[in-house]
Design a protein around this ligand. Structure first.
Ligand code: SF4
Length: 346
């Protein structure tokens, strides 16, 4: 019989677990704090629990472990990319970026991805499986154990979080909990490639979590060429879901827009983007894409990047041009994992 994974349980569920083990409910809160506030990795560190209880927990439950297989550091900007291995041998990537206000961690929500965006290495082998809430947390806790608390978390690594919606919500509940890691909702950003139905469901929750939508192209036919999800939810449907989200939450949406030479960087693309943004409370984040091996795509030169940005600005669209972090490592999501799998196959 497999052991109960305590890290995946909400406080209320933990109380049920403790009751089933014949223990007092209040023990659940103590264990929850050890797991999420102090982020311990063994029961022996839970010093306010009796030895018999610790032994009982060891025999029937577990604190899952994560293994750091590889770390790449960009010594110019401090970006670090970690390749983690979970208990079943699957790999996931996590990126830590260093900013003036603190560090931000970009986590994966799935092993692989079935969304098929043509500029992305994560989707090359399809979707292997979803990550559990615990596995999303572990990517952050491992970094915090080594280098202190992170300032913000972005769910924008490998996978589509809205394609793993229930575990994503569980993750948020756990990391947000005042007796747990207590990371404020405004310090969390979730990014979707445009699952319009889920955007509306998420809007109904009226959270303070930041929403980013990977738009990358505002011409329907062209977007469908690089993002197959656009065939299921066209731009009109996506825009209406975004309007619904803004009306429910009164929060601004960030549209991520990857600058890909000759694919998304033409002035006709900028015009379409301006049209899409009309009437939306939004901000555009321009991202010169990192080149992906196996995908013959690269970012336009700096001059073109700024021309695109200035054009949007002149039209009154709030826009920023993101500096490309981690240029000296395999920072585009999915690349490090793919490399590791290729090495393992040899
Ligand atoms: S960009 Fe995101 S949604 Fe698209 S294939 Fe990559 S991981 Fe999936």
């Amino acid at each position: 019989m497999s052991k109960i994974n305590l890290l995946n349980y909400t406080l209320m569920e933990l109380e049920d677990v403790l009751t089933e083990l014949g223990e007092k409910k209040f023990r659940a809160l103590q264990i929850f704090e050890w797991l999420h506030q102090k982020q311990v990795t063994s029961f022996d560190e839970m010093s306010n629990l009796s030895k018999p209880l610790r032994e009982k927990l060891k025999s029937q439950t577990q604190i899952p472990q994560i293994e750091v297989v590889r770390t790449q550091t960009d010594h110019q900007d401090g970006t670090q990319k970690m390749l983690y291995r979970f208990g079943d041998g699957e790999y996931a990537e996590t990126v830590k970026m260093v900013y003036e206000h603190g560090s931000s961690v970009c986590i994966s929500s799935q092993i692989g991805c079935r969304m098929g965006c043509t500029f992305c290495a994560s989707t090359l082998g399809g979707l292997n499986r979803n990550l559990s809430a615990a596995e999303m947390l572990m990517q952050i806790y491992e970094i915090e154990r080594n280098s202190g608390p992170v300032h913000s978390v972005v769910i924008m690594g490998m996978g589509e979080p809205f394609d793993n919606y229930s575990e994503f919500l569980r993750f948020v509940e756990l990391i947000n909990h005042p007796h747990g890691r207590n990371l404020g909702s405004r310090h969390i950003t979730v990014s979707t490639c445009g699952l319009a139905d889920k955007i509306k469901e998420f809007a109904d929750l009226k959270t303070q979590i930041n929403l980013a939508v990977s738009l990358h192209q505002a011409r329907q036919e062209k977007r469908a060429e690089i993002m197959p999800i656009a065939r299921k939810y066209d731009l009109e449907t996506l825009k209406s879901a975004c309007q619904y989200y803004i009306s429910k939450t009164n929060r601004r949406i960030t549209f991520e827009y990857g600058l890909i030479e000759n694919k998304t960087d033409q002035m006709v693309d900028a015009d379409a983007l301006i049209g899409f943004c009309k009437g939306l409370l939004c901000h555009i984040n321009l991202i010169p894409i990192n080149p992906v091996a196996d995908r013959n795509q690269k970012a336009p030169d700096k001059k073109r990047q700024y021309a695109f940005k200035n054009y949007l600005e002149k039209a009154g669209i709030p826009v920023s041009l993101r500096r490309t972090l981690g240029k000296n490592i395999d920072a585009a999501c999915g690349q490090l994992r793919k490399k590791e799998e290729e090495i393992c196959k040899q």
